[in-house]
Write a protein that binds this ligand. Structure first.
Ligand code: NAP
Length: 295
């Protein structure tokens, strides 16, 4: 397949491009600077600019672009960038896809289980409604922009990622140094659910969604075994063979990270299940947290 990837330099994008190239696909990466090689395509999502000729006739577009959520406190300015970067990128891609003579057959667009918000012990499937808060608002607007492609008849998959676990980046890479020093511990009450997926399975699920025409609409890209934060803490401590007794109280997290990020990203409870992935036969490489942390 000929596949265009936006957000290709990120944690998921880097691993995805490598996996697709290994499988023999032709991958073109969208870059927000001058292209340096023939497989790069310059775009400016903030201005809605992209060379449509490079989208004409490709088989698939994968949209992973967006300002990183964990890069700093969610000030008003950052909230604006988090939202706008996703809407602008998605709109730019959808307008390009719908404006070319030969449209792609499939559009995969990132979203997050943040769509569901803080939902206690509720088991969340793809048909569960959105929650309340900043992340649910971002995800709804982001998915809404992607759905324009769906409405126009392009098979569109909204990838609702859980926390992607990888030693090389993202949330786990931030936690590992503390846990290796024996300074890890539960966050807040530790009772909140965390929906996670190994990076390998995040890539496996994307490849599955590219191939399998039954996969469309919202898809929870999460492992079948969500855990509470207390269980996650115990399992990660076991993996690095260190104790993890130092709890991080909710007030301290709010003080350091700001209330919005602490309450929504770390203390909120989201227990999502991979109904569509399991229903369409995706076989997880790391179905349990222990397997994911062992690599
Ligand atoms: N990792 C997770 O745990 C997780 C969980 C839930 C949802 N997601 C979502 O899944 C997608 C991929 O995740 P990831 O971890 O690979 O993200 P990431 O490492 O933060 O990478 C996102 C990429 O988006 C592009 N980007 C950054 N700022 C941008 C901006 N202002 N405007 C347009 N593009 C921008 C960059 O690529 P270029 O420089 O190449 O343009 C960046 O490498 C993201 O949209 C993320 O929100 C991730």
């Amino acid at each position: 397949m000929k596949i265009v990837v936006a957000g290709a330099s990120g944690l998921v994008g880097t691993a995805l491009v490598a996996a697709l190239q290994r499988d023999g696909h032709v991958v073109h990466r969208l870059v927000r600077r001058a292209a340096k090689t023939a497989d790069e395509i310059t775009w400016d999502p903030a201005r809605g600019e992209i060379d449509r000729r490079r989208i004409d006739g490709v088989d698939a577009v994968v949209n992973l672009a967006g300002e990183n959520l964990g890069a700093g406190r969610w000030t008003e300015a950052r909230r604006g960038r988090i939202l706008r970067s996703r809407i602008d990128a998605t709109r730019t891609l959808v307008a390009a896809m719908l404006g070319v003579a030969t449209r792609p057959t499939v559009f995969l667009s990132a979203s997050a289980v943040g769509f569901y918000g803080d939902r206690g012990d509720d088991v969340l499937t793809e048909s569960s409604g959105p929650g309340r808060g900043f992340l649910p608002e971002v995800c709804q607007a982001w998915e809404g922009a992607a759905q324009r492609a769906e409405e126009a008849g392009v098979r569109t998959v909204r990838l609702r990622f859980g926390v992607v676990l990888a030693a090389e980046g993202g949330a786990l890479a931030k936690m590992l140094p503390l846990f290796r020093l024996g300074l890890g511990g539960p966050l807040g009450s530790g009772r909140q659910w965390m929906s996670w997926i190994s990076l390998d399975d995040a890539i496996g699920a994307i490849v599955h969604a590219l191939r399998d025409e039954r996969v469309r609409g919202p898809v929870n890209v999460v492992a079948p075994a969500p855990v509470t934060n207390a269980d996650f803490t115990r399992e990660l401590a076991r993996a690095v063979r260190r104790p993890a007794f130092l709890p991080a109280p909710a007030w301290a997290l709010r003080l350091v990270l700001g209330k919005g990020m602490a309450d929504e990203a770390l203390l909120g409870s989201t227990r999502a299940e991979p109904g569509v992935l399991e229903g369409t036969g995706y076989a997880f490489r790391h179905p349990t947290l222990a397997a994911a942390l062992q690599g």
